[in-house]
Design a protein around this ligand. Structure first.
Ligand SMILES: Nc1ncnc2c1ncn2[C@@H]1O[C@H](COP(=O)(O)OP(=O)(O)OP(=O)(O)O)[C@@H](O)[C@H]1O
Ligand SMILES: [Mg+2]
Length: 142
């Protein structure tokens, strides 16, 4: 499992750009990490890498946004979902498509609903930086 230490938001974002190059249509990427860990920051980099020109913002209030890049990029934020019944308020499966990629923040809130075949990104605070573990990929090409 590829593991990285990033010492700034810019580095996390650039790691996102790198990960974007490994994503194919239909990919689901689940993000795990505490408040402020850097999930949205990394997703901004992925979107950039996939050619999204629009500014990616945290979709907390709308729960999901679909951007157009070289393929559709769904950004889902499950922060406000609590318990399995809370998931009823969002059509998560509707945002997972064979044509695009689906990036899910607070994925632990939907663990049961997530496809088994996915990439999981775990971000932890590490000193003043972050430790980023990418599960579901053997290597992350440069
Ligand atoms: N190494 C780093 N990687 C990512 N973000 C960093 C890093 N160092 C500092 N930061 C800062 O931490 C914050 C991360 O915010 P971000 O919105 O990406 O987190 P998040 O995990 O999406 O939070 P939330 O749970 O609220 O959705 C930003 O203010 C960013 O500038
Ligand atoms: Mg966020």
């Amino acid at each position: 499992m590829p593991v990285f230490e990033t010492s700034s938001a810019a580095e996390t974002r650039s790691l996102g750009r790198r990960l974007a190059a490994s994503l194919k249509p239909g990919c689901v990427v689940a993000f795990y990490g505490a408040l402020g860990a850097g999930k949205t920051t990394m997703i901004k980099g992925i979107a950039e890498g996939l050619g999204v020109r629009e500014t990616v913002k945290s979709p907390s209030y709308v729960m999901a946004t679909v951007y157009e890049g070289v393929l559709p990029v769904s950004h889902v934020d499950l922060y406000r979902v609590s318990g399995p019944e809370g998931l009823g308020s969002i059509d998560l499966e509707g945002y997972i498509s064979e044509k695009g990629v689906c990036l899910i923040e607070w994925a632990d809130r939907a663990e049961e609903t997530l496809p088994e075949e996915r990439i999981s990104v775990h971000i932890e605070f590490s000193g003043t930086g972050r430790k980023v573990r990418i599960q579901g990929l053997e290597v992350l090409p440069d």
